[in-house]
Design a protein around this ligand. Structure first.
Ligand SMILES: Cc1ncc(COP(=O)(O)O)c(C=O)c1O
Length: 434
């Protein structure tokens, strides 16, 4: 896989020293448990005290329903909520009204797919005509997507009669870009792809995919779940139309994610969920909707979660995303090199030396990933096992499950070495023959 312009952390940024990482670790209460080697950040990150404190402060002193109460507390809560949106928007290079809160990245991706489905069913008036899909139209995704960026498009295709196509990968997990250029064409209406694979750890060629989609007149939807927490990220520089990410993977709370969309697109799309907080006028027969972001935020909002996520963003900004990326790239390189050097273990994704975030998945030949995970857990090492919500990718690689180690800004080199020792010992313990 190639690295998109602007994300070459290991060459253009100063990384974190061991002392820096130890100081960062001290901010994460859960990491004070000396028995824990937490290498499951790709599933969910740990939370610094700043995030826990921000949520507690909000709930103890400012909690109220936002955008409705006439009282002082409601005004304060609304201000905190909208400040949080501004903080997150600034972090990704967007304007405030281009960031809609969702429950998580899955919610954000479903919001776009269902909104386009609603437009295809004739909702949204003439403005929404541009989104209408039907037979003959094509949605393109890739073979390495998380189920969250695959199944919503399967459902959209089934509802509209559009065809779902995918860009295949080669054996190393890299997208076959010649195939992408052949598949993305005049019939393509949507190109939905990950920025960083949650299994392979490599960065997809966003620039090339965006260029192909633009030439075809198609919309782009970026699953940024594994990039926003780990790399400098700017929606304008990337040139995507929509992007989705989760708070809990970027040191923030669960229960909040974000959908970025270009303003003119969000305001032309019909909503997905309907109810309170997203309307201007309602009669017994019909309703009119607010512009974005409220039009995509039906119901009572995740306020404490937004406040916590903004604290997470400020925490990351305090370190600097270039340094976060540089540190994690070094951990990823150490991980990949170490795993690849163990006989009887197959590293998935980019070869050692090629860019990856601080994440690597692997297969201990002849041993089920769950057994490997259990073996490591007995040493206090927390990893993810299974198909990581990417069954088609695992099938393509000829496996049913893998083990994934994923680092965060708080991960030390020593922890990577403990993992590598653990995998070596697992190979011996299970009697793997190379
Ligand atoms: C690449 C990718 N996309 C989407 C998701 C879904 O995120 P969530 O479960 O927070 O909605 C994940 C989570 O594992 C992911 O790694």
């Amino acid at each position: 896989m190639t690295v998109a312009e602007g994300v070459r952390p290991e060459v253009d940024a100063r990384s974190l020293s061991d002392a820096d990482v130890l100081a960062i670790r001290a901010d994460f209460p859960i990491l004070a448990d000396e028995g824990l080697v937490y290498l499951d950040t790709g599933a969910t990150s740990q939370k610094p005290r700043a995030v826990l404190d921000a949520e507690r402060q909000y709930l103890e002193h400012e909690n109220a329903a936002v955008h409705r109460g006439a009282h002082r507390l409601a005004a304060e809560a609304t201000e905190r909520f909208e400040d949080a949106r501004a903080t997150v928007a600034g972090f990704i290079g967007a304007d405030e009204d281009e960031v809609c809160w969702t429950g998580n990245a899955t919610g954000a991706l479903n919001t776009i797919a269902y909104a386009i489905g609603n437009a295809s069913a004739g909702r949204g008036g003439r403005e929404a005509d541009r989104f209408r899909l039907g037979p003959g139209d094509e949605i393109v995704t890739t073979e390495l997507e998380h189920h969250a960026n695959l199944i919503p498009w399967q459902e959209l295709a089934a509802r509209t009669g559009a065809t779902l196509r995918f860009v295949p990968i080669d054996d190393s997990g890299a997208l076959r870009m010649a195939e992408a250029a052949r598949i993305i064409g005049p019939a393509t209406r949507i190109v939905a792809f990950s920025h960083v694979s949650n299994v392979l750890g490599g960065v997809l060629p966003v620039d090339e995919l965006v260029a192909l989609a633009r030439d075809a007149g198609a919309l782009t939807v970026l699953d940024a779940c594994q990039s926003v927490p780990h790399l400098p990220f700017d929606v304008r520089a990337l040139g995507v139309d929509f992007a989705a990410f989760s708070g809990h993977k970027m040191l923030g709370p669960t229960g909040i994610g974000a959908l970025y969309g270009r303003r003119e697109l969000l305001n032309a799309l019909p909503p997905f969920l309907h109810g309170g907080s997203m309307i201007t006028t309602v009669t017994m027969e019909r309703a009119e909707y607010l512009p974005a972001p409220q039009r995509f935020e039906a119901g009572t909002q995740p306020v404490a979660q937004a406040v916590g996520l903004a604290a997470a963003v400020r925490y990351l900004e305090g370190i600097g995303m270039a340094r976060v990326a540089a540190h994690e790239a070094q951990l990823g390189a150490r991980l990949a090199k170490g795993i690849a050097a163990i006989d009887g273990v197959r590293l998935l994704g980019p070869a050692p030396g090629e860019p990856r975030i601080g994440l690597a998945s692997f297969v201990v030949e002849g041993v089920h990933a769950h057994d490997v995970g259990q073996f490591l857990d007995d040493r206090g090492i927390a990893v993810r096992v299974g198909h990581h919500c990417t069954q088609p990718l695992h099938r393509r690689l000829g496996i049913t499950a893998s083990t994934r180690a994923s680092a965060g800004v708080y991960t030390t080199r020593q922890e990577i070495d403990l993992l590598l020792d653990g995998v070596r010992d697992a190979v011996g313990f299970f009697g793997v023959r190379a």
